[in-house]
Design a protein around this ligand. Sequence first.
Ligand code: PMP
Length: 408
Amino acid sequence: MDVRTVRKDFPILNQRVNGEPLVYFDNAATSQTPLSVLDAVRSYYLTENANVHRGVHTLAERATEHYERVRQKVARFINAETAEDIIFTRSTTESLNVIARGFGDQVVKAGDEIVITAMEHHSNLVPWQELAMRTGAKLKFIELDTEQKLSLASAAEQITPRTKIVAVTAASNVLGTVTPINKLAKLAHQVQAFVVVDAAQLVGHQPVDVQKWDADFMAFSGHKMLAPTGIGVLYGRNDVLQMMRPVQFGGEMIEDVTRTKTTFKCAPLDFEAGTPNISGVVGLGAAIDYLNQIGFAVIEQREQKLVNYLLPRLREVTGVTLYGPQYEHTGVFSFNLSGLHPHDVATGLDMEGVAVRAGHHCAQPLMQTLGVNATVRASVAFYNTIDECQRFLDALVAVREFFQNGIS
Ligand code: PMP
């Protein structure tokens, strides 16, 4: 892969911010969108725009055909058994809420257990907290080990015959930790619990195979894998989708309605009430094509090269405390700079043209585990360069010196 050629597909990267060349290291919050995705959305509006699943006219048929073609593409992308296992949503957050409400309410009863991990994003935590409150179930946490990886010993302890749902992130949005999903799925399925995977931080970086994982449900967002915002995916194996109830009602999802009673379409359409984000689905399809064209072998190799460069050097910057594992690290780096508030560090980096995120990263319980209120987070993607990594490290030193000199 020639990174200079690839970067031509992302014109947004080629600009100055505060007089400096932009270094976009906020990919864990949202990824950038290549021209082919923008072109696909534009072309859809120029030639196909119509509502899906309703009209018999040619444009409506074209739009419907395109929408359903992307459903098949998503199924192949995550190795789902059939396209009927793919539900289009707004985001990971919506997918997880639908699972907790539509499925959780069906299977979780008072006294049951819902098991999540100590490193969940709020969107894979709060819906389960709410479900536990609604049902009288207990919410339990799998802890991290000293390496800040998921402790399988803790998983074996927390998952018991009372466990009904095990909901885990595939990759932490804070620590750069990857979760051994198959091992957790094995533990969960031994006690007939259902496995929900939040794959928001993994999709787009590594190939995903829901069958290999043996996941019952999986959620991800398009905007973290080069697609536009506002489109997400809920994967559910056909047999578990049969157990899930719709949580939104209205047009498109019904079979037959009388004044007193309604019958619904079959999955996945019964979970897609109202006019969906059709152009978002078109963009998602184009993003999958783009990722496949580069290939995950190349994407992984490229991101690993950036990680191998950053990990030892970031740790060595004077004053830096880096969180997360020592090795087997994704391109997400959370750290603090001694004596400085993360927001000051992020603002200082922005002055140097470097875009990072500061805050609790929607993982407040994890922050409490780490004993901090917030961190700075830098996150890379395959279109970033070693030169940008070095500029980020230099900018970090410049920020530290600026504040030190300012204070003394
Ligand atoms: N889970 C993880 C691990 C995430 O990183 C994010 C996004 N920060 C989400 C869930 C939520 O994604 P969205 O905001 O697109 O719903």
